[in-house]
Ligand binder design. Structure first.
Ligand code: MN
Ligand code: MN
Length: 332
């Protein structure tokens, strides 16, 4: 044991009555308390079970709960980041934001209202989708609180297309809309894990014009995780950072349960290591989307997703604890 939970107002951690019974009872993320059990929280894990914005296989509406189920075995100490994520800060499961499955515009509006309500309490968000459409209303709320944010977007796809069948809000368009609406700091936008076929060469030109840099899946393989992390950190700097993870960034061998699979993706080890490498970036909120459990096997995808969310929560929790410690020491 090298680290102990810091001595401060103690957050309510997951129930550890009997470590062998992680598989019992209603699932919250990592068995953390529900938000109504603790009142307020530093980090809210919230589901957005909406998938009416997909272009291929549907089913991500069942992703939020699949990730919760697959997160039962997460343990209190994260050695990779030397952090007790559920003890350093209060983490609570805020349940789901209800979004109209028949009307995308109405869904986008209610997701924005739901995230506004959580962010206004001072909480940071770890959102479990849902398809990628949900990133737009979340980014609207996040930008209202932090101003335009740096964006790190893990995805096989660009998601900066203009429209599908004339529809502006889809899972393939959130970051085009976010850039148009001024929600992003265009000097610090990166896609990671990009690969696969496109509609046209112009897709890339238009993406570049929006300000995105691309680290392809092949770049990660050729250059390695450490060099990629270094490059991303230089781009992000000290800006407030939002991370959006589309689980299809992983190879279908690591994430079969998703709506738009593409061969040649990252391993779950590479994804986890890149996130860990960003532990000193100023992460303000994150989402993890596109888990579609109907195409999953043996929880391969939802386990990878829950562990990725655990790393993201660890990054946020560690920083919250650090800033509290700093504040306490400045006062004394
Ligand atoms: Mn994708
Ligand atoms: Mn996506």
């Amino acid at each position: 044991m090298t680290a102990n939970p810091p001595d401060m107002a103690m957050p309510v951690p997951p129930q550890e009555t009997d470590a062998t019974l992680h598989f019992t009872g209603p699932a919250t993320f990592g068995r953390v308390p529900r938000l109504d059990q603790v009142g307020t929280t530093d980090i809210a894990v919230v589901g957005v079970p909406f998938d009416a914005g997909v272009s291929y296989r549907p089913g991500a509406r069942f992703g939020s709960n699949a990730v919760r189920e697959a997160s039962r075995q997460l343990r209190p100490y994260n050695p990779a980041q030397d952090v007790y994520p559920f003890h350093y800060a209060q983490v609570a499961d805020a349940g789901d934001i209800t979004a109209n499955p028949h009307n995308i515009d109405a869904a986008v509006e209610s997701i924005e209202e739901g995230t506004d309500a959580l962010l206004s309490t001072g909480a940071q968000l770890m959102t479990l989708g849902g398809d990628h459409t949900i990133a737009l209303p979340i980014l609207r709320s996040v930008a209202r609180r932090h101003g335009p944010v740096a964006l790190l977007h893990f995805d096989a796809h660009l998601d900066t297309w203009d429209s599908y069948f004339g529809t502006q809000y889809t899972h393939g368009t959130p970051f085009r809309r976010a850039a148009e609406e001024g929600l992003l700091d265009t000097s610090a936008l990166s896609h990671v894990g990009t690969r696969g076929s496109l509609y046209s060469k112009e897709d890339l030109d238009e993406d570049t014009k929006l300000g995105f840099g691309i680290v392809t899946s092949a770049d990660v393989m050729r250059r390695g995780v450490d060099e990629v992390v270094q490059q991303l950190k230089e781009r992000i700097g000290k800006r407030p950072l939002y991370i959006s993870v589309d689980i299809d960034v992983l190879d279908p061998a690591h994430a079969p349960g998703t709506g738009t699979p593409e061969a040649g993706g990252l391993t779950s080890r590479e994804l986890l290591e890149i996130v860990r490498g960003l532990s000193d970036c100023h992460l303000v909120s994150a989402d993890l989307v596109e888990v579609a459990p109907a195409y999953d096997h043996a929880e391969i995808t939802s386990v990878a997703a829950s562990h990725t969310a655990y790393e993201l929560i660890s990054v946020m929790s560690r920083q919250i604890a650090f800033f509290r410690w700093l504040e306490a020491n400045e006062q004394s």
